[in-house]
Design a protein around this ligand. Structure first.
Ligand SMILES: C[S@@+](CC[C@H](N)C(=O)[O-])C[C@H]1O[C@@H](n2cnc3c(N)ncnc32)[C@H](O)[C@@H]1O
Length: 254
């Protein structure tokens, strides 16, 4: 019988990490397959430094969204209040916010492996012990792995705009998503969204304003001034370069 080959070393461009050493390619497996996803599955290259950060920090700071266990956020973050960030991209803004506010834990979720490695590297180099990196679909995380009232806040910065009309159903900010999210947020917790896509901003304002579980923190019911604590994100920079106008929305869980 041919012996089982040893796990190959992680190389640039490779996404093969041994279980426990890095994220799984499909952590929830097909039993949680959703027909409509808010993200585009893509094969992306991991740099050497991202892979090294992954190998070093994933066992302690990484988390596969497998949908099979309920998380104890109090234990994970040592009792800190916890904010969920959905779709952190490359994680630069996440790391800046974590550094600026060490008294808040950030549970950062994305499906993008290079970004996960990048954020773990930033957290490692800057001694940010208040960040955890979750790999997989935020919907499964919310639905299967978080308890009622687990979150002290939620951030969704520059979610994929899905500009074509036939793709609008893939947009994250929709009534069904908000109903699920609301159950995982403490009363009074704030959902902060930002987008540079004008028509998506209008949709966000419309569905959030109409949702029975959220209320606008702005008395006039409109967009919020950009809060000081939100750094410029990578996608925001790209949008600004194209002349897009950015809108922030701050809604409180009732
Ligand atoms: C347009 S990018 C914005 C990234 C970052 N926030 C920024 O502003 O630079 C949106 C990100 O959300 C992630 N994403 C979309 N839907 C997601 C989901 N359901 N669960 C986890 N991540 C998701 C995508 O993989 C992508 O990295």
């Amino acid at each position: 019988m041919t012996p089982h080959p040893a796990q190959p070393p992680v190389r640039r461009g490779s996404q093969r990490f041994a279980p426990g050493e890095g994220p799984l390619p499909d952590p929830a497996g097909s039993h949680h397959e959703r027909r409509i996803r808010s993200f585009q599955p893509r094969r992306s290259r991991v740099t050497t430094s991202q892979a090294e950060a992954m190998l070093k920090r994933w066992p302690d700071w990484g988390l596969d969204i497998d949908g099979k266990r309920v998380l104890d956020l109090g234990e994970m973050f040592g009792g800190l209040p916890v904010v969920l960030e959905i779709g952190f991209g490359m994680g630069e803004a996440t790391a800046q916010m974590a550094a600026a506010d060490p008294g808040t834990g950030i549970l950062a979720v994305d499906v993008h492996t290079p970004g996960q490695g990048n954020l773990l590297g930033l957290a490692d180099r800057n001694g940010l012990t208040n960040v955890r990196v979750a790999n997989g679909d935020a919907i499964i995380l919310l639905r299967e792995m978080l308890t009622t009232d687990a979150l002290d806040g939620c951030r969704v910065y520059f979610p994929d705009p899905w500009p074509k009309a036939r793709h609008h159903k893939r947009r994250l900010i929709q009534p069904e998503f908000l109903s699920l999210l609301a159950t995982r947020m403490k009363p009074g917790a704030v959902l902060h969204c930002a987008t540079d896509w004008e028509e998506y901003a209008e949709q966000m304002l419309e569905v959030l304003s109409a949702h029975p579980d959220f209320e606008n923190t702005l008395a006039d019911g409109g967009y919020a001034p950009r809060p000081d604590f939100r750094p410029l994100t990578r996608f925001e920079g790209q949008g600004l370069d194209k002349g897009h106008v950015v809108h922030d929305l701050l809604f409180r869980r009732k």
